[in-house]
Design a protein around this ligand. Structure first.
Ligand SMILES: NC(=O)c1ccc[n+]([C@@H]2O[C@H](COP(=O)([O-])OP(=O)(O)OC[C@H]3O[C@@H](n4cnc5c(N)ncnc54)[C@H](O)[C@@H]3O)[C@@H](O)[C@H]2O)c1
Length: 375
């Protein structure tokens, strides 16, 4: 059993999700993969840091992230701050020779992510980005269908990630609306997840042509205030994509998608079959194979089941629900397996940099209203 001492930076939604996943992973996978010990938490908001310390059981707390990255006891720095701080915290973590687990997106620019990916490779430490949708057993199954050739030659990807969390225009400005904190809007927040799945299953996007719109350009400065502040980034993004494997695609994301709660939905069409997945119906994958005797009836449903990578950690038989936090448990297990058993992992900083390169090309294309190559 190896103890892995965690230093958490940012104790909001994801800080809590990571911590509970770290505790659950040990229950499910056993202590041989490492046991998380909650050493220190830092949050810019003192009250949030205190609550996290009390609820999660961190030994110490701080309001300064530097106390975490310089702490000699910390083995793994877990970054769950707003996007803009990922770069500075991850860079300092790497410079101190520590392992790093960073929420997505890796940073707010392709340049920053490139620097982080290069520094991580140079330092030789574990460098993990939290693109948890790649851990969903459904997406692992789709990847296997695509990469084994069962769908034939892949012709087309269509996908959107839609939520209506910001449809209410009276909701105040948050860090997600301010570019120096978020980098961009729906694209970085939601679209990047879809890009991670697309990258994981289909490989690189080589060129994009995008457009954006901001439906609510102003929001109250704080809840109930009549003073308004500018929303600096897109509520909706949509773009055409050309894949390196020759497929064509359309990709979109919206944070004001009326009626959509967590609609990460995509379809991949190949010459021998097609597949469709919707995260609002997490337990079901729709498949169609030309070779099926009954293919005339159209798509059929495959329920998540133990043959799919990751599923059997939770359930012994098919069709039993798994949920969002389970993806995070699989993610921290993969991270711990890398730390303690040197096992491979896909979502390293290089992967994060690939996503951020695509994000940068999409934003550039929307600005220029033209096709842009993903460099
Ligand atoms: N993987 C996913 O599915 C997923 C889901 C939601 C959010 N995220 C990502 O997680 C990150 C955090 O998002 P969230 O929804 O948890 O945000 P949040 O607003 O709930 O929490 C962020 C926390 O960071 C703290 N903070 C802000 N600046 C800080 C600083 N300089 N030092 C220390 N703490 C600081 C805030 O006080 C807050 O407690 C974002 O990068 C976001 O993109 C990922």
């Amino acid at each position: 059993m190896k103890e892995i001492k965690i230093g958490l930076v940012g104790a909001g939604w994801m800080g809590k999700a990571h911590s509970s996943a770290l505790a659950d992973a040990q229950m499910l996978f056993g202590p041989d993969y490492g046991v998380a010990s909650f050493e220190i938490v830092a949050d810019a908001n003192e009250e949030s840091a205190k609550i996290a310390q009390h609820k999660i059981g961190f030994k110490r707390m701080s309001t300064d992230w530097k106390d975490v990255v310089t702490d000699p006891n910390v083995d793994l720095v877990d970054i769950a701050t707003p996007n803009a701080f990922h770069y500075v915290v991850a860079k300092a973590t790497l410079e101190n020779g520590k392992n790093v687990y960073c929420e997505k997106p890796l940073s707010i620019s392709a340049e920053e992510s490139k620097e982080l990916a290069e520094l991580a490779a140079k330092k030789g430490v574990i460098n993990y980005v939290g693109y948890n949708n790649t851990m969903n057993p459904a997406n692992a199954y789709v990847r296997e269908l695509v990469q084994s050739g069962k769908l034939g030659k892949i012709m087309r990807f269509t996908g959107t990630y839609d939520q209506d969390q910001l449809l209410d225009e009276s909701l105040p400005i948050t860090w997600r609306h301010i570019n120096k904190l978020a980098g961009c809007g729906a694209l970085g927040d939601l679209g990047s997840h879809l890009l991670s799945i697309s990258q994981f299953i289909m490989g690189d996007i080589s060129a994009v042509n995008a457009m954006t719109t901001t439906v609510f350009p102003k929001r109250p400065k704080s809840a109930g205030s009549s003073e308004m502040a500018d929303v600096e980034n897109e509520d909706i993004i949509t773009f055409m994509a050309e894949y390196a494997n020759g497929a064509v695609g359309t990709v979109a994301a919206s944070r004001v998608a009326t009626g959509r709660k967590n609609y990460l939905c995509y379809e991949i069409q190949g010459t021998k079959g097609s597949v469709r997945y919707d995260l609002e119906r997490m337990g079901e994958v729709q498949v169609y194979f030309q070779s099926d005797d009954e293919c005339d009836r159209g798509f059929r449903t495959v329920l998540l089941n133990p043959k799919m990578k990751g599923y059997s950690a939770f359930q012994p038989a098919g069709g039993i629900s798994i949920a969002y936090n389970d993806m995070k448990i699989l993610e921290v297990h993969e991270l711990f397996a890398a730390l303690t058993h040197n096992e491979p992992y896909a979502c390293n900083f290089e992967f994060g940099y690939k996503i951020d390169r695509t994000v940068a090309a999409v934003l550039d294309s929307a600005k220029k209203r033209a096709w842009v190559e993903v460099k």
